[in-house]
Design a protein around this ligand. Structure first.
Ligand code: FAD
Length: 200
C-alpha cells in the first residue's frame, strides 16, 4: 500500500534516507523492512524555534515494491526542417518557454536576442561588478536567458491560475535543476546554476 505520512524531523534526520524510513515504519506501525521507499511530496523548513525542523509530507511505499517518481514526458519534435517557423524576439524566460511550446507543436522557433550568449554575459557582469562598467547590450537584464539568469533562481509564485506550475518545474528538472524543486515549499535552483540550464 501507499500511505501519506507527515514527519517533523531534524535536518540531519530528514537528509538520511535510512532514518526517514525508520520514522515511516514507526508512524505506520510496521516493521522497517516493510518500508520499500518513499517520495517527498512537500518539504518545508520550520526555523521559528530554537531548533530547526524539516516538515516532510511523504508518500510511503509499504508492503509493496517502490516505484520511482513519474516524470512528465515532453514530446520535443525534430523541427530543424519544419515547414512552419515562428520568430521570437528575446531569449528570456517568455521567449524560451514559447520556443519549447513551439517545438512540442512541431514548429521551428527562431529566437533573436539582442544581448550576448549566456556564458559571455558572465564576463560583462564581472566588469560591471568589479569595475562598474555597464555594457548596455549585455548585463543583468539583457542577454541569453533574460533578466534573472544570474540570480539564485527563486521559483515560487502565489499564482496558480496561469497554467500548470508543476509542468514548468518538471521542465527545469529535465534540463538539470535539482529534483528537490518539485517538492520544496520555496523552491530555488541555486546561484549560478541557471546558466547551465539555459545551455542544456
Ligand atoms: C537580478 C534579477 C534577479 C531576478 N531573480 C528572480 C528570481 O529569483 N525568480 C524569479 O521568478 N524572477 C526573478 N527575476 C525576474 C525575472 O528575471 C523576470 O520576471 C523574467 O526574466 C521576465 O522574463 P521575460 O522573458 O518576460 O523578459 P526578460 O527576461 O527581460 O527577457 C527579455 C529578453 O529580450 C531581450 N531583448 C530585449 N529587447 C530586445 C530586442 N529589441 N531585440 C532582441 N532581443 C531583445 C533581452 O536581452 C532579454 O534577454 C529577477 C530579475 C532580475 C533583474
Amino acid at each position: 500500500m501507499q500511505q501519506k505520512i507527515s514527519l517533523k524531523l531534524l535536518p540531519s534526520e530528514a537528509a538520511d534516507e535510512a532514518t526517514v524510513k525508520k520514522y515511516i515504519a514507526s508512524s505506520a506501525g510496521k516493521k522497517l523492512q516493510a518500508v520499500t521507499g518513499y517520495h517527498i511530496s512537500k518539504q518545508s523548513i520550520d526555523a521559528r524555534g530554537k531548533n530547526v525542523y524539516i516538515n516532510l509530507q511523504l508518500n510511503a511505499f509499504i508492503d509493496e515494491p517502490f516505484i520511482e517518481r513519474t516524470t512528465t514526458h515532453f514530446n520535443f519534435k525534430k523541427v530543424s526542417a519544419a515547414a512552419k517557423k515562428v520568430l521570437i524576439i528575446g531569449a528570456g524566460p517568455a521567449g524560451l518557454f514559447a520556443a519549447l511550446k513551439l517545438i512540442e507543436a512541431g514548429i521551428q522557433p527562431i529566437i533573436i536576442e539582442r544581448g550576448k550568449d549566456v556564458r559571455a554575459r558572465r564576463r560583462d557582469l564581472a566588469a560591471l561588478n568589479k569595475e562598474g562598467i555597464v555594457n548596455p547590450e549585455s548585463n543583468y537584464c539583457f542577454g541569453e536567458g533574460g533578466a534573472g539568469t544570474y540570480s539564485d533562481g527563486k521559483l515560487y509564485t502565489r499564482s496558480n491560475k496561469r497554467g500548470d506550475i508543476n509542468r514548468i518545474l518538471q521542465l527545469f528538472v529535465k534540463f538539470g535543476a535539482p529534483e528537490s524543486i518539485l517538492y520544496d515549499a520555496h523552491p530555488h535552483i541555486g546561484t549560478n546554476k541557471l546558466p547551465h540550464i539555459i545551455t542544456a
